[in-house]
Design a protein around this ligand. Structure first.
Ligand code: AHG
Ligand code: MN
Ligand code: MN
Length: 305
């Protein structure tokens, strides 16, 4: 007997406001997924991070923002694709990356959507996360989330009548402690030295490179096989590329809930205090021993410098 998302949330005692935003996100993801074949084109618009927006970036942003605000449970919706948050009448402060991996649309590689559910006004640190979720548009449409009691994954199943239901695929997901795969973004010759040294040592230990260019897709590889994903500090971009509120903190929350560890290279990534909505950070997430080992190398380099 499969467990629907609604039944699971009720049985797990997830607070009503978080349940309603998770259900809204799940419902909207089906519309985003169905729209993908028609909205791969680039627009002339640019987002607050200075990146050109695709039609699906905008479609997903508008779809998720509308359905989240319609729940009446959200205080605001901040988005990677908007310069200011949209205000609501509830208590959940939502920060979202409505479409993660936009560059992967034209090559039909995995895509995602990432959501952080904060208890305080944005921007704020990951310590104020009440929950986090991400969607994966891959071979399957899945919703992976935590509200503080472990990580669960649901898969979208389309019925004969054309309706879609999210049913439980896996509960209490735990990252393998032994790392098998690694993936770090950005040009290798631009990585700060400790990162380069660390990756060479992982290759020497036989870990396998897995890098697909979408945070969500690469995160899934690490969560499933054990290892480390990072978008590192670069010599030319010391604060890396991934946005704290919309990408790094929500995924750090989920990684921590799965028994993993997430760091900005100097400690727990959930402690980072962003000062603006689009602030970025270096981020390293995965099996705790590997991430802690990289922290130590970065710290040693700082002390030596
Ligand atoms: P987004 O499409 O939301 O801007 O995110 C893209 C991010 C992230 O998904 C991925 O890890 C990273 O960009 C890939 O960067 P590179 O193209 O530099 O590898
Ligand atoms: Mn992204
Ligand atoms: Mn995005």
């Amino acid at each position: 007997m499969s467990t629907s998302l609604g039944t699971y949330l009720t049985r797990a005692g997830v607070p009503g406001d978080l349940s309603s935003v998770l259900l809204a996100v799940a419902n909207s993801s089906v519309k985003v997924s169905d729209q993908l074949p028609f909205s791969a084109a680039l627009t002339t618009n640019v987002n607050p991070s200075g990146e050109r927006q695709t039609e699906i970036d905008i479609f997903a942003n508008d779809e998720f923002a509308a359905s989240l605000l319609a729940t009446g449970s959200v205080a605001e919706v901040a988005s990677e694709e908007m310069s200011e948050s949209k205000k609501g009448s509830g208590k959940v402060h939502v920060a979202m990356d409505p479409l993660d991996g936009s560059s992967n649309i034209s090559t039909n590689n995995p895509l995602g959507s990432i959501f952080g559910f904060y208890s305080g006004a944005l921007p704020c640190s990951g310590l104020l996360l009440r929950g986090a979720a991400y969607l994966t548009y891959g071979p399957m449409l899945t919703l992976t989330f935590s509200t503080g009691a472990g990580v669960a994954r649901f898969v979208a199943v389309r019925g004969a009548d054309g309706s879609t239901e999210f049913t439980l695929l896996e509960d209490k997901i735990m990252i393998p402690l032994k790392g098998e795969v690694f993936g770090l973004g950005g040009p290798r010759n631009d990585w700060v030295e400790p990162v380069e040294h660390f990756v060479s040592s992982m290759e020497a230990r036989g870990l396998k490179l897995r890098y697909g260019g979408t945070f969500v897709g690469d995160f899934n590889q690490v969560l499933g096989y054990g290892g480390i994903f990072g978008y590192p500090s670069l010599k030319k971009k010391p604060k890396g590329k991934l946005r704290i509120l919309y990408e790094a903190a929500p995924m750090a929350y989920i990684m921590t809930q799965s028994g993993g560890y997430a760091s900005d290279g100097h400690g727990d990534a959930l402690l980072i205090e962003p000062t603006s909505l689009a602030d970025t950070t270096p981020i390293y997430l995965g099996s705790p021993e590997l991430v802690s080992e990289l922290d130590s190398l970065i710290r040693a380099k700082d002390l030596g410098s």
